[in-house]
Design a protein around this ligand. Structure first.
Ligand code: ZN
Length: 318
C-alpha cells in the first residue's frame, strides 16, 4: 500500500505544495498565493482547503497521508510548530502547526524554510545524504541550514544556522531586515550584490553596469554576466561578495567540519562564476584540515527543495 507525504513551503508570495511518495517522487505539485492580509491569518485555512481539494482530485484518501511537513521563513519552535516571527508573511507569535493540524486532521511538522531546503537537498539533491552539511541559499536574502551528526540544527530558540545574519561589516555596514547592520545578507544576497554594484559603478564610469543602473533594471545576474565579459567594476563586486561569503562559511565550518557545502537560491544559477571564486575564498580562510574534508556543489532541486525537505521531515519523524 502506498503512503504519501505532503510538503508545504510557505513564502512571502506563494505557498508551494506537493504530494510526495515514500521514495521522494513528486506525485503532484502546485502553488497557491500567500494571503498576507491581516497578518497572514488565512494562510493555514487556505493551505488546508487546497490540500483537501487536491487529494480529492488525485483520488488519494487522506488516511494514506502520513503527515504534512511545512516550512516558513522565520523563527520556528520545531517541537510545537509555533512561529515566533515570520516577517515576510506577517506572523508573530502564531500557533501555525496546531492550527494546520486542527484544520486538516493530519500530523504536522514545521521548520524554518532554509532548514527544509537543506533537508531536501541532502535527501535527494546535491547533499547526497551527508551527515555534516552546510546549505546556503542566496536569494533576496541569505538563508542557511546546517546538518550535524545527521540532524538539522535548530538551536535554543530557532536561530541556529542563520548564516545570513553573521556580522561581516563590524562598523558602518548597511542595515539588515533583522534590525542589525553589516550582516552577510547585506553583502552576498542578490540585493546585496546589486547594492555593491551600484557603489562600484560610481567609481567606474566606463562600466556597462551604469546603463542598467540608469534604466533601473540592474540584477545580480547582470553583475555576473558583466564580470564574465571582463567588466572591471562587476568583477570587483563578485570578488568581494564571494570573499566575504567564503570567509563566513569557513568560520562556520569550524563548528561542524562539513563534508559538503551546497549553494542554492536564485544567485546560485551563476554556477561556476560564483562557485569558483567562492571555493577559492573558502579554502583561503578555512583551517586546511577542515577545507580538505569539504566539497562544494550547486543545489540540484531548485524550487522543489522546500517541499521535498517537508516530505523528508515527515519521513524522518515517522
Ligand atoms: Zn541581519
Amino acid at each position: 500500500m502506498n503512503h504519501y507525504y505532503i510538503g508545504a513551503d510557505i513564502g512571502g508570495t506563494t505557498v508551494k505544495l506537493a504530494i510526495i511518495d515514500e521514495n521522494g517522487t513528486i506525485v503532484k505539485k502546485w502553488e497557491i498565493p500567500t494571503n498576507t492580509d491581516n497578518q497572514g491569518e488565512a494562510i493555514p485555512s487556505d493551505i488546508a482547503v487546497s490540500i483537501t481539494n487536491t487529494l480529492k482530485e488525485e483520488t488519494i484518501d487522506s488516511s494514506m497521508v502520513v503527515g504534512i511537513g511545512a516550512g516558513a521563513p522565520g523563527f520556528v519552535d520545531t517541537t510545537t510548530g509555533y512561529i515566533h516571527e515570520a516577517v515576510n508573511i506577517g506572523w508573530k507569535d502564531f500557533d501555525f502547526g496546531n492550527l494546520l493540524k486542527e484544520l486538516t486532521g493530519m500530523t504536522v511538522w514545521v521548520d524554518n524554510d532554509a532548514n527544509l531546503a537543506a533537508l531536501g537537498e541532502n535527501w535527494l539533491g546535491a547533499g547526497e545524504g551527508c551527515t555534516e552539511l552546510i546549505a546556503v541559499t542566496l536569494g533576496t536574502g541569505v538563508g542557511g541550514g546546517i546538518i550535524a551528526n545527521g540532524q538539522i540544527l535548530n538551536g535554543a530558540n530557532g536561530t541556529a544556522a542563520e548564516i545570513g545574519h553573521v556580522t561581516v561589516v563590524p562598523d558602518g555596514g548597511a542595515p539588515c531586515n533583522c534590525g542589525k547592520t553589516g550582516c552577510l545578507e547585506t553583502v552576498s544576497s542578490a540585493t546585496g550584490i546589486v547594492r555593491k554594484a551600484k557603489e562600484a559603478a560610481e567609481y567606474h564610469p566606463e562600466s556597462k553596469l551604469n546603463a542598467y543602473i540608469s534604466e533601473g533594471t540592474l540584477t545580480a545576474k547582470d553583475v555576473f554576466e558583466a564580470s564574465k565579459a571582463g567588466d572591471e567594476a562587476a568583477s570587483g563586486v563578485i570578488s568581494e561578495i564571494t570573499d566575504v561569503l567564503g570567509m563566513a562559511i569557513a568560520n562556520m565550518a569550524i563548528a561542524i567540519n562539513p563534508e559538503k557545502i551546497v549553494i542554492g537560491g536564485g544567485v546560485s544559477q551563476a554556477g561556476d562564476l560564483l562557485l569558483a571564486p567562492l571555493e577559492k575564498a573558502y579554502r583561503k580562510y578555512a583551517l586546511p584540515r577542515t577545507a580538505e574534508a569539504s566539497s562544494f556543489g550547486i543545489a540540484e532541486l531548485g524550487n522543489d527543495a522546500g517541499v521535498i525537505g517537508g516530505a523528508f521531515l515527515v519521513k524522518k519523524n515517522t
